[in-house]
Each structure stands twice: as C-alpha cells, then as structure tokens.
Ligand binder design. Structure first.
Ligand code: GDP
Ligand code: MN
Length: 376
C-alpha cells in the first residue's frame, strides 16, 4: 500500500527525521494559512500516488501570496497520469545546496533488506542505476536488524566527508531503518535528501510503501489508505475471502491453493498463454466462493476463457462443481469454461458437470492446453 507524501512525512516526524515545517491543504485558504505560518517561499506539491509529479508540473516553489493562489489552482486542476489532485502539501521551501538519495527497501532477488544511498539525488534512482551504477551505494542487512551507530557510520562516510554531516546522516539512517521495520515497509525513501542553507540535512520528499500482508497489525496505517488508488476487483475479492491479483493476460484462472495457483500461471505461460489473474479460492472452498470468483473474473473484458484448476484435498471437487452449476444459473458466462478436477469427490463432481453438458479434464496439461487454444 502506497501512502501520500504528507502521510509519509508525518511518519518521518514521528521518528525524528527532519522535514520542513508544513501541512496538507485542500483549499487555497488552507494553503495560505500554512504558508503564512511557515513564511515564504513555500513549495506546493500535488499529493498523488504516482511518480513523476515534478515533471508533470505538480511541484512548484512560490514566493508570494498571489503566486500561491494562482499556482495552487493550477496544480489542483492537473490530471497526473489519470489522477486528479485532491490535496497539496504546502511546506517551507528548502534552500537546497545539494541533493542526495537515501532509501531502505527489499531486494527481492537477494531476499534481503538493502540500504541504498547516492550522492546523485533528486533524479530517478532507476536512471542512475542504469547510467552510473558506480554512484549507487548498497548495504545489505543480511538479516541483522541492529541499529548500532558503528554499523552505519561507514555508509554515511561514503556520502559525506564532513564528520558533522556523517554523524547527522547516521542518525537519520538509523531512524529510517527503524521506521522501515516497525511499520513493515517495503520501501522507505528520501529523494531528495538535502543539505539546506544552514548546512543541515533534511528530507525534501518522503515516499513509503507498506507491505499489504502486514496491514493487519497496523490499523493506524490502514486508515491512511486512499481508495482511489485501489483496484475495485481486488478489494471485492478480499471482502469475499478470495486471494486475487489482477494481471494483464486473458486466461482467467480459478484455482484452489496458492501453490497450485502459482503453478497454474506458470503452466499457462509455458504453454503459450497469459493469465488474466491469480485467484486462490482457498483450501476449503464452498460453492459461494466459486460463484464470487467467476463474477469478479468476468468483469475483466480481456478475459477470453476461464480455466478452473482444482486439486481436491480438503477442497471437495463436488463443492466446486456445485458452485459452477449455481453460477451458470445465476450469471451469463460469455466465455468458454475449461475445467480440470482431480482428487476428493472427483467422480461425483464429474458426473454433475457432465450431466449439465460440461466437459472436464483430469490432466492439468490438457486443460491448460485447451484453455490457451481459446485465446488464439
Ligand atoms: P517528485 O518529483 O514527485 O519526486 O517530487 P519531489 O518532492 O522530490 O520534488 C521534485 C524536485 O523539486 C526536487 O528534486 C527538488 O529539486 C524540487 N523541490 C522540491 N521541494 C523543494 C524545496 O523545498 N526547495 C527547492 N529549492 N526545490 C524543491
Ligand atoms: Mn522525489
């Protein structure tokens, strides 16, 4: 789950990471009140959960009240990558002397938490990684969450030669790592991380992504969710007890168990198709879940075929078959259904489906091959 910059900034404040005084505003009057309090110049920034705000004209430093009003209205009317601007952050502009990059994130390939730092801040780190990989410092945590200073001074020393800045950067990094772990982040990023006019370090932007799977232990963070950025199908699936992730292919998949669901997606890819989704109906499925799964998948207009792949253990194949039959009565299924069932109560299930005129498969390979055929 992504959170807005003003929300991430509040977490920075909670953890003692320095930011410029400011607040979020919905109206020009609110913006003006914040600016008067902090003093001009101020920077105003569109609060949208997509990258490249700056390039889209959503970040602007303004020097006086008249410009503030005009720029506030202009930014509020922007459409940034399909998203309207509801709120703007108004903060005292930082007199930036130099921009750095600092982040804590997860390296999925190494399976480790990594601290990433660079003296090339402000720009997109992905760009620097491509053009000047030598300018990026990476420090792997190797499973050790210790925050002791001695561990981080050498990282800070690679960015700053001044001992005072080293000390200050070390303290900020320790706080950022603490926040990263305590709030179950998958990213905590400061870009740009700046030296200001007084020669002090300050976070000029704040980006935080929370691991969705950890939200159950952070009700305070769930409250920050901006529904505008959530996929309605994923929300609906979650409320119905289904694990669902939308993908960009055209083979709708309904599977029992996360492992088989992953295996099914691999199978679809292997045999030349592309899955439209990951969907796990769970271990002990009831007919209702199959109906809900079909409804959600059918909303996706790209779907050309639905592949139902069930390996009955605790899940009973006849429950699944009854779910399919109920769905056929209740909803219009305008794409072919390819059904593979094996395991518990397979015989009963196949009898039910055959009586209704549906074909079933026992072999996963045959079922996937058949499903992919319908996408050609
Ligand atoms: P992003 O483009 O969405 O990452 O937005 P940022 O908040 O990082 O701002 C983009 C750029 O605008 C920064 O890299 C800075 O160069 C500039 N900027 C943002 N805030 C300030 C500020 O307070 N003072 C100055 N001088 N420039 C700023
Ligand atoms: Mn930024």
């Amino acid at each position: 789950m992504k959170i807005h910059e003003y929300q991430a900034r509040n977490l920075f404040i909670e953890y003692g990471i320095p930011v410029a005084p400011g607040n979020v505003a919905q109206t020009p009057e609110e913006a003006l009140a914040i600016a008067r309090k902090s003093g001009f110049p101020v920077v105003i920034k569109a609060q949208v959960l997509v990258g490249g705000r700056g390039k889209a004209g959503g970040v602007k430093v303004v020097n006086n009240e008249a410009d503030l009003g005009a720029e506030f209205s202009r930014i509020k009317q922007l459409n940034i990558k399909g998203y309207t601007v509801e709120r703007l952050l108004v903060a005292k502009a930082v007199d930036i002397k130099k921009e750095y990059y600092l982040a804590v994130t997860i390296d999925n390939i190494k399976g480790d938490v990594v601290v990433i730092a660079s003296a090339e801040g402000g720009v997109e780190i992905e760009e620097t990684a491509k053009t000047h990989p030598e300018k990026i410092i990476k420090f792997y945590m190797q499973g050790n969450k210790e925050l002791d200073e001695a561990r981080w001074v050498p990282v800070a020393a690679q960015l700053f030669s001044d001992p005072r800045l080293q000390k200050s950067a070390t303290a900020i990094l320790q706080k950022l790592i603490k926040l990263f772990f305590e709030k179950d982040c998958s990213l905590a990023e400061i870009n740009p991380f700046c030296i200001n006019g007084e020669g002090n370090l300050i976070a000029v932007d704040a980006k935080i992504i929370i691991d969705d799977n950890a939200l159950d232990r952070h009700p305070e963070l769930v409250a920050l969710r901006d529904m505008k950025y959530e996929d309605p199908d994923e929300l609906e699936a979650k409320s119905k007890g289904l694990s669902f992730v939308k993908l960009d292919g055209n083979v709708g998949c309904i599977v029992n168990g996360a492992g088989l669901a992953m295996g099914t997606m691999d199978g679809v890819n292997l045999l030349g198709g592309r899955p439209a989704n990951f969907l796990d109906v769970g271990g002990s499925s009831n007919p209702e879940k199959v109906l809900n799964a079909l409804k959600i998948i059918l909303r996706n207009k790209d779907v050309k075929v639905i592949l139902i792949n069930i390996f009955g253990g605790i899940t009973r194949c006849d429950d699944i078959a009854n779910g399919i039959l109920t769905a056929l009565k209740q909803i219009q299924i305008h794409v072919p259904l390819v059904i593979r069932l094996t395991g518990t109560n397979e015989t009963e299930a196949k009898a039910l489906l055959t009586a209704a005129g549906l074909t079933t498969f026992t072999s996963m390979r045959q079922a996937v091959t058949e499903a992919v055929k319908h996408t050609r």
